[in-house]
Design a protein around this ligand. Structure first.
Ligand SMILES: [Zn+2]
Length: 411
């Protein structure tokens, strides 16, 4: 338990910081009650920190654990912060939770925090919900609070490492009616949100836990076939070199990108957040998959998402992929920063930026819609040997129905 203490503290501190920032904004509309709650929380946090430092002095042997935990916690904090600023996450948590009859106080706090942090103070009912949730919360139990946030994010399909203690509390929380299913066997679908590409966790079952995946009418990927409408969009890519940061998130290899690399579509600028790979390509062109696809995920200040897809056909060695594969993360779910390796995402792109464009969705749960896809017409190459080194044999969602959408061609 001791080795988790710092981790828990830091995650909680993160939540407090965001909450405090929001509350500072709320304060001038006289939300003193909430400000007091947070002041109290911060005090408790300081106390806990002190006691942590004491216990730390008492047990020098715990040093290694603490350093390890501290490293993981900064990644978790990043994940939490990213999720908190992303309105689409909130939407899906809300959908998921609507299906459940009774929500524990902790989950309500998690949901209300997300609501407040993503919708901000414009919405009176959001503030009311957050206040209600604060009143119901048992702040004496810090672990539950952290668990609430972690479970909420995990349920939203975010790759959050949920503490093992939180997993236990989630099991206890399983509603009685789902526990009866399956001939007395424990049915943990309600809170176990594992998904994959084959069998019971495969794409045809994603809709069970993530409604948009099953019911959405603007889903990705698509089979790209004409006739096309002419697109007026222009793509301007300005990617910068930065330190290489790799992540095996259990579903793909993802390269996280430092701020500063941008995509401009017309007058709207998007930041490149990360790129990742699917094998084979998720998109088809005239019914055919490429050997792989790289998806470059961008987000605008307003939270809009735009993805550039680079199809990779089997052929020659790809120099950029050579660098990436030489630095594959040794462990799952931990961001890996090989020392002194610099990488420019632009080296993954073809010279010509002609594209097929359509409106679609995330191709992984929660399959949130409203994502603009720009699949580049010019493919790149990847060698057979390089394909073999990619740790995922199959991580591509099948093509989805067009449902009246138009595919545009441009560039
Ligand atoms: Zn993708």
């Amino acid at each position: 338990m001791k080795k988790y203490l710092r981790l828990i503290l830091e995650v909680l501190l993160g939540i407090c910081l965001v909450a405090t920032a929001t509350l500072a904004y709320l304060n001038y509309s006289a939300k003193k009650h909430m400000a007091a709650e947070v002041a109290e929380l911060t005090e408790q946090l300081d106390e806990a920190k002190e006691s942590l430092e004491k216990s730390h002095d008492d047990a020098p042997a715990a040093d290694d654990h603490a350093a390890e935990a501290s490293n993981t916690s900064s990644q978790e904090l990043d994940a939490l912060k990213a999720a908190f600023t992303n309105g689409v996450v909130l939407q899906d948590v809300e959908t998921l939770y609507k299906a459940q009859k009774a929500l524990s106080a902790e989950r309500q706090v998690g949901l209300a925090s997300l609501r407040l942090l993503t919708k901000g103070a414009q919405d009176e009912s959001t503030i009311a919900a957050f206040q209600k949730a604060l009143e119901m919360a048992e702040w004496s139990n810090r672990l539950q609070t952290v668990c609430a946030a972690q479970n909420a994010l995990a349920a939203a399909g975010q790759k959050v490492t949920v503490l093992s203690d939180c997993k236990k509390s989630a099991e206890k929380e399983a509603p009685a009616d789902t526990a009866k299913n399956d001939h007395g066997k424990k049915d943990d679908k309600a809170h176990d949100v594992h998904w994959g590409y084959e069998g019971d966790n495969g794409p045809e079952h994603w809709g069970d836990n993530f409604p948009t995946c099953g019911k959405g009418k603007k889903q990705s990927p698509l089979n790209i076939v004409g006739p096309f409408e002419k697109s007026k969009d222009t793509l301007t890519v300005d990617y910068k070199e930065g330190p290489l940061k790799m992540l095996n998130n259990g579903h793909t290899i993802q390269v996280n990108v430092e701020p500063g690399s941008t995509l401009t579509i017309g007058k709207e600028t998007f930041d490149l957040l990360q790129f990742h790979f699917h094998r084979p390509s998720e998109e088809q062109v005239e019914g055919k998959n490429a050997a792989m696809v790289a998806h470059f995920v961008h987000k605008s200040k307003e939270g809009k998402l735009a993805v550039i897809g680079v199809l990779l056909n089997e052929g020659k060695d790809n120099a950029a992929i050579k660098t990436l594969w030489a630095n594959l993360p040794p462990k799952e779910l931990e961001e890996y920063l090989p020392a002194k390796v610099m990488f420019n995402p632009a080296t993954m792109l073809p010279k010509e930026l002609g594209f097929y464009n359509y409106e679609g969705s995330l191709t992984t749960p929660p399959c949130t819609e409203g994502v603009q896809f720009y699949i580049l017409k010019a493919p790149m190459e990847v060698s057979k040997g390089q394909l073999g080194k990619f740790p995922f044999k199959l991580n591509a969602r099948p093509v989805q129905g067009l449902n009246g959408r138009k595919i545009n061609a441009g560039g």
